[in-house]
Design a protein around this ligand. Structure first.
Ligand SMILES: *Cc1c(COP(=O)(O)O)cnc(C)c1O
Length: 436
């Protein structure tokens, strides 16, 4: 077993020379001894900075707090720390102070789409519920950098109750995504309470939990936590591995507990310069994920949050990575690459192009090998005119409580039942002229 290897032992004994393996594997001990200053980091990892570097780092910490669990710090390679993906993701960098004029404090407009403090309601049928604003480790690439670690924002039970009330009175919400901060920073009892409240709401069909604990503090995934979650199935868990190096034996144990508990486990990776902007690293990562029953879900283009410019890659890098995965490896190993639209437009999938050309008779496609092929369109296909009158249709939908579906966006342009022929931005000048 890799658990309590030499580096871990060295860090544990620097924290306290009485430290044992059971201290190390106690998540509360890990949190209590998390690194939040440069001096602590130097002492525990043996990595030292010059006075000049320290001055800049202190300024960075004044703006964005530091927190690294002893476990996560133990993964940093001391010799080559500057290129170490764990170091880069967790330790402050003076470049975080470079704020470009294209950077945004709230790039996804999560606050503007918030009907209640802590709730972001962007998509028709699901909400994001921020239930904690603290994390075991503060990812330097966090999209919510402006918020995390701000103790004034730790939601009280009353605040959470308001979020729950919003969900109760909004029947279209069928999927609640708990996020934060990290929801698993809450004590077990509060998680139990929160899930019991949510699962009692009849229209809430699924709860999802977004957590980085399996990566940064795998000991948080205790049997007790798993037993609590099991009471509220269906619960889906999404975690956040960015590099194959993070899939340690402790991390494997954490995701094994979740998968054995019956929770589908997904992974969201952020594409980060100098961490994982490499097709080979990404392929290795997705293979490690699926070997451990974790399904790659999203690959995110890095957001335009303040202080992340040094982490950004061109979108082309992401497309190149997708090109290297699709077809080259198992379909279930391939995440969906998305750009979360600035201004709150939500996640937009982006992919290499596979359709080369098209006529009424044939589609010309290319595959991952570069083979160009044709698909013959059917000679006869009788399109069923859809007026959304499902009761008088010979396709069997047969839903018990068939909801009225409203068509939206491009779907609306494609539909037979809607007469719209174009989508026109509000205040389009040409259109305003016509109205005059
Ligand atoms: C990502 C996100 C969701 C969930 O999106 P899915 O594509 O369903 O995973 C919901 N709400 C907000 C605000 C989000 O950013």
């Amino acid at each position: 077993m890799e658990i309590f290897n030499g580096i871990q032992q060295a860090i544990a004994s620097k924290i306290n020379n009485q430290s044992t393996i059971s201290n190390w594997k106690d998540w509360k001990w890990q949190l209590k001894h998390s690194i939040s200053t440069i001096e602590q980091f130097e002492k525990l990892t043996g990595i030292n900075f010059s006075e000049e570097e320290k001055g800049k780092l202190e300024k960075t910490l004044d703006k964005f707090p530091l927190s690294i669990t002893p476990y996560y710090a133990s993964l940093i390679s001391q010799e080559n720390y500057k290129n170490d993906p764990v170091f880069i993701q967790s330790f402050a960098n003076a470049n975080e102070l470079n704020v470009l004029n294209t950077d945004l404090a709230d790039p996804l407009s999560e606050d503007r789409d918030s009907p209640e403090l802590g709730i972001t309601h962007r998509y028709p049928d699901r909400v994001l519920f921020h239930v904690s604003n603290v994390c075991a480790m503060y990812c330097r690439h966090c999209t919510r950098k402006r918020k995390v670690g701000d103790v004034d924002f730790v939601p009280s039970k009353e605040q959470l109750q308001k979020g729950i009330e919003y969900i109760k009175k909004t029947p279209q919400v069928r999927d609640v995504l708990l996020s934060g901060g990290d929801p698993f920073m809450l004590p077990d009892s509060k998680i139990d309470w929160l899930l019991s409240e949510l699962s009692a709401i009849p229209h809430v069909e699924v709860v999802r939990i977004g957590t980085r604990m399996p990566v940064v503090l795998p000991y948080r995934i205790t049997d007790n936590l798993v037993n609590i979650l099991k009471k509220y199935q269906p619960v889906w868990v999404n975690t956040h591995f960015n590099h194959p190096r993070e899939m340690t034996s402790s991390a494997k144990e954490a995701v094994r507990k979740l998968a054995d508990g019956g929770f589908p486990v997904g992974n969201q990776t952020v594409l980060l310069a100098n961490v994982n902007d490499c097709p080979r690293i990404m392929k290795n990562l997705v293979h490690k994920l699926v070997q451990n029953r974790v399904r790659p879900y999203y690959l995110y283009q890095c957001d335009l949050s303040e202080g992340l410019s040094h982490f950004r890659t061109p979108v082309g890098k992401g497309i190149e990575i997708m090109e290297s995965l699709i077809g080259h490896t198992s379909g279930f190993s391939v995440p969906t690459y998305v750009i979360d639209a600035p201004g709150g437009g939500g996640k937009i999938p982006v992919m290499p192009n596979y359709i080369i050309s098209w006529s009424t008779d044939k589609v010309v496609l290319r595959n991952y090998e570069g083979v160009i092929t044709t698909y013959k369109e059917p000679d006869h296909y009788e399109n069923k005119f859809c007026d959304r009158d499902c009761k008088n249709c010979n396709l069997e939908l047969n839903l018990q409580e068939s909801d009225e579906m409203k068509s939206l966006g491009i779907e609306k342009l494609l539909s037979d039942s809607d007469k719209s022929i174009s989508l026109i931005p509000e205040n389009n000048e040409r259109h305003n002229r016509r109205e005059e």
